[in-house]
Design a protein around this ligand. Structure first.
Ligand code: AMP
Length: 285
């Protein structure tokens, strides 16, 4: 039987645990999550274990990164189930602070990364990336890990965090981890639980479509035409499309005409559920 994972809820207790590991000469990796743990999160823990002696997983449903009409209250929460899964995957510690620990009264600091956050998900979700940057800056300062792991599933977020850490010289290595998918290609997400059976049956078309966009780019199709074809296919299948975009993989700047390296990103709504996905181009990269 797997040993239960230790849970700490305060910065003080987190730092005490990390300091003891440091004293023993051990390195530390942090895996930030909002819980509703699935195999995608667990793959980050597995990667973290290859990078450091100790792995801290944080679980905090961050109110700052949800819009007023988004699913903060409905977001799935089951800490004891999450704790069991994280222990089995080999995480050493679960940091699950209360909101007041992260945002004490009169909390008045906002971390805002410009440039990368203005469009794509930033356009559809105003303030979202400020909320992400603020909570991640705080988690990195609270835990002070050597490495922090983030999924490529949230590709724009990964680049925002890399920029944040570079700009502020936060002494941590940010590492991206590949997207874990269902057998039919749907990227694992806590929000997949919201999908009705009919929506779940349609959902894999998102990944199929952006793969198709990447293949067309590989065959020399121009970026705008390939993205437009992807949008058309998704709309015809019944998705409401936020964006299908072909972007520079490092800067997320728009690309036009034939491309040799890109990231194909998309965000759609299926009923009330917003889904995002992305693939590299070339696909093998
Ligand atoms: P979340 O709990 O949704 O905030 O996600 C926590 C971390 O897990 C983020 O770095 C996500 O990018 C990552 N993640 C979520 N879904 C997946 C997935 N299907 N594959 C890999 N990483 C993922």
């Amino acid at each position: 039987m797997t040993r239960a994972i230790d849970i700490v809820r305060t910065v003080r207790d987190l730092r005490t645990r990390v300091a003891a590991w440091r004293k023993a000469g051990e390195t530390v990796a942090l895996v930030p999550t909002m819980g509703a743990i699935h195999a995608g999160h667990l793959s980050l823990v597995t990667l973290a274990k290859t990078q450091a002696d100790r792995v801290v997983t944080s679980l905090f449903v961050n109110p700052l990164q949800f819009g007023p009409r988004e699913d903060f209250h409905a977001y799935p929460r089951d800490e004891s189930r999450d704790a069991t899964a994280l222990a089995a995957a080999g995480s050493d510690l679960l940091y699950a602070p209360e909101a007041t620990e992260m945002y004490p009264p009169n909390f008045s600091t906002k971390v805002s990364v410009g440039d990368l956050t203005e469009d794509l998900c930033g356009a559809a979700r105003p303030n979202h990336f400020d909320g992400v940057a603020t909570v991640v800056a705080e988690l990195l300062l609270q835990c002070a890990p050597d490495t922090a792991i983030f999924g490529e599933k949230d590709y724009q977020q990964l680049l925002v965090i890399k920029r944040l850490v570079r700009d502020l010289n936060i002494p941590v290595e940010i590492m991206g981890a590949p997207i874990v998918r269902e057998d039919d290609g749907l990227a694992l997400s806590s929000r997949n639980a919201y999908l009705s059976p009919a929506e779940r049956a349609l959902a894999p078309i998102l990944h199929q479509t952006i793969r198709q966009v990447a293949l067309e780019l590989e065959q020399g199709c121009g970026a705008d035409a390939a993205a437009e074809a992807g949008r058309f296919k998704l709309e015809a299948a019944g998705f409401r499309v936020d964006y299908v975009a072909v972007r520079d993989p490092d800067t997320l700047k728009p690309l036009h005409g034939p491309v040799t390296a890109a990231r194909v990103l998309a965000a759609v709504h299926l009923g009330a559920t917003r889904l995002i996905d992305n693939v590299p181009m070339p696909l093998g990269k």
